[in-house]
Design a protein around this ligand. Structure first.
Ligand SMILES: Nc1nc2c(ncn2[C@@H]2O[C@H](COP(=O)(O)OP(=O)(O)OP(=O)(O)O)[C@@H](O)[C@H]2O)c(=O)[nH]1
Ligand SMILES: [Mg+2]
Length: 363
């Protein structure tokens, strides 16, 4: 399935139906009054978050989405039928903008979230409406109002509490594949991951949360080098970041600093997001080298550096414990507001396939 996370479309709500001018013609009622009904309202265009969708791909193939117009008013005072609303399904995590003004229209985060993006036009009044003491035979009616039309931009930002980032080849996809049931492509070359992967990682108690593995970042990503910064948007909604470092790389500390610089130049407060720094691939490193590396990295990042091997599953238990502790710490600092603002796994409504238990993890 192709992963598309930005699209532009046009939406057009239905026009209201016109009012009707007509007069009653009945036997024995020689001067039947005005009887033209009102036009029906045009249908509106709504967006609804659907947890079964993972991508905005469907919107790539069609640009214009129109709701039905209302029908013209009928005789005998009958109101025309209203046009049907058009409901477009978007993946959870879609942000909606007016493409012309840039105005933010809303986020659709949780299954069933919906917003109306174009309102249908009101039906016009029929001549029956204009009957008055001074005008017993009005020949006036009103046309239906035009439905609203907008150009919209959808931006999909995945919903995950924990984002995994690092240089290409650091082992990010391997890590998510052993922690969750996600099955991303893993290979010994940079930029294996071209689109983000989501995986649900569970605690022993069964609670869990969503981790996102995004394509690797490199020096100059903010200038579009490599896959660029584009995918950082998918960790914008995370609460913590895991910064994974390839311990077998010749320059792990430089790599750490490069990613930090890239986060800074991306902006949107990502740089200030709490980070857990972990050195991966310790199965391939000498103990002496590990100690030197840890010292150097701790000096750069000013916090504890964890040691893991995604392949041998070493160090993953303390690593995960650190993630849960950090999330608990954040919960304690900023109690989660309303239910609608929470993003825990059970409310994110991801596909069932993500919920299979991961393979066992050794400490
Ligand atoms: N020895 C060792 N190799 C590892 C470990 N984790 C990952 N690798 C290897 O490192 C290579 C890259 O792993 P990926 O998981 O694809 O790395 P990535 O960070 O997702 O890479 P990109 O998607 O390109 O950014 C693969 O050959 C993995 O088998 C580890 O703990 N130890
Ligand atoms: Mg990868």
């Amino acid at each position: 399935m192709q992963f598309i996370d930005q699209v532009k479309i046009n939406v057009q709500a239905g026009d209201g139906g016109d009012g009707l001018v007509t007069f009653r013609r009945e036997k024995f009622v020689p001067t039947g009054g005005p009887s033209g009904g009102n036009g029906g309202n045009g249908g509106s265009v709504h967006l609804v978050a659907n947890p079964q969708l993972q991508t905005l791909l469907d919107f790539k193939f069609k640009q214009l989405y129109k709701a039905e117009t209302g029908e013209r008013g009928g005789p005998k005072g009958m109101t025309g039928a209203c046009g049907e609303d058009l409901v477009l399904q978007v993946p959870c995590g879609t942000s909606v903008y007016n493409d012309v003004t840039g105005a933010f229209l809303g986020d659709l985060l949780i299954a069933g979230d919906s917003i109306m993006v174009a309102k249908g036009g009101k039906g016009g009044l029929g001549n029956k409406h204009f009957l008055s003491n001074s005008n017993r035979a009005p020949e006036t009616c009103l046309p239906g109002m035009r439905g609203e039309e907008f150009s919209l931009r959808f931006e999909l930002k995945l919903i995950a509490e924990v984002g995994i980032l690092g240089m290409p080849n650091a082992g990010k996809s391997t890590l998510i594949s052993v922690l969750s049931s996600a099955k991303p492509k893993i290979a010994d070359y940079p930029f294996t991951t071209l689109v983000p992967n989501l995986g649900v990682v569970r605690k022993d108690t069964g609670d869990g949360t969503v981790f996102a593995d995004i394509p690797g970042l490199i020096e100059g990503a903010h200038e579009g080098i490599g896959l660029g910064h584009d995918f950082l948007r998918h960790v914008e909604r995370t609460r913590i970041l895991i910064h994974l470092i390839d311990g077998t790389d010749p320059n792990p500390v430089d790599n750490y600093n490069t990613i930090q610089r890239e986060l800074k130049s991306y902006g949107r407060h990502l740089y200030e997001r709490p980070q857990i720094v972990a050195i991966n691939k310790i199965d391939s490193l000498d103990q002496d080298l590990i100690e030197i590396l840890v010292d150097e990295l701790q000096e750069s990042c000013g916090s504890e550096v964890l040691l893991v091997s995604a392949v041998t599953k070493t160090g993953l238990k303390p690593f995960l414990q650190k993630v849960w502790d950090k999330l608990d710490e954040l919960d304690a600092q900023t109690p989660k507001p309303g239910v609608d603002d929470e993003l825990p796994v059970d409310r994110v409504d991801l596909p069932e396939s993500l919920f299979a238990p991961p393979s066992s993890i050794s400490s």
